[in-house]
Design a protein around this ligand. Structure first.
Ligand code: GLP
Length: 250
């Protein structure tokens, strides 16, 4: 089912698998149209299926990552890139190790740097220098965060250090042996980095995301629900499974 609500294109797929295939299709079309695209990549459980589909498309010679540059949205801080819970490790194991992307052109905030401010500025500059992000992929946190832009009184614009919400730490504890092992901070692209992307796709699956999806589309734009800012972007596609779309379809 395809909907258009407030100028946002929304695809509602029956299941997580079909949602993943649809998002992989959008990414592969982007690459076919612009082989040297700059992709903004996301982590979390939601895009795992999309990455699996992209690997399949690559093995079937339907997509070529040869000229792709990528920037990940975020990384825990502090964390080593060989830690299994780092997003650097996630990207290698879920995508980069399985396709022909040039790893020298894949960028993830450095979770181990001693000079976070400098690293953030350099990250923004690198995005700027390649001409910005063509297609940004997003998931959404239960509290409405995108990347690790947590609910706040202001929007943080550029790449920055974030103190993680207790809710986020709780939600992400499932990946760690113990909740105390979840890093308390992260480095995340800011709202301006995301909003300057030429196209954005946001994915959500499962009933647990139904309310936040409803609110981000129908609620007012507020830094208290960071994903609500996407209402103001002119090229956003939201991909949902039926459960996540529960409160926006009748
Ligand atoms: C994580 C990431 C986000 C992600 C979100 C939802 O903490 N920083 O980029 O979109 O939380 O994760 P999941 O897809 O596992 O629900």
């Amino acid at each position: 089912m395809k909907l258009n609500i407030k100028g946002i294109t929304i695809f509602v797929e029956d299941y997580y698998l079909s949602m993943s295939k649809k998002s992989a299709e959008i990414v592969s079309h982007q690459i076919a149209n612009k082989p040297n695209s700059v992709l903004g990549l996301a982590t979390g459980s939601t895009p795992e299926g999309m990455y699996k589909e992209l690997i399949q498309l690559y093995l079937n010679k339907k997509v070529n990552f040869d000229n792709i540059t990528s920037f990940n949205l975020d990384e825990y801080y502090p964390i080593n890139k060989d830690n299994k819970n780092s997003y650097a490790y996630y990207m290698n194991s879920h995508l980069f190790n399985h396709v022909n992307i040039d790893k020298d052109k894949t960028f993830i905030p450095n979770g181990k740097t001693e000079n976070v401010d400098k690293m953030c500025k350099e990250y923004d500059q690198m995005i700027y220098d390649v001409g910005g992000i063509d297609l940004q992929i997003l998931g959404i946190g239960n509290n409405g965060h995108i990347g690790f832009n947590e609910p706040d009184v202001d929007f943080e614009l550029t790449t920055h250090l974030v103190k993680l919400d207790d809710k986020t730490i709780e939600a992400n504890a499932r990946f760690f042996a113990n909740i105390d092992d979840v890093p308390k901070f992260a480095v995340s692209m800011g709202i301006q980095n995301i909003m300057q992307s030429k196209k954005i796709i946001l994915m959500a699956s499962g009933e647990g995301k139904a309310k936040i999806i409803h609110d981000m589309i129908f609620g007012k734009v507020t830094p208290n629900l960071p994903a609500s800012i996407l209402q103001l972007h002119n090229n956003v596609t939201i991909l949902l499974d039926k459960k996540a779309a529960k409160l926006i379809i009748n």
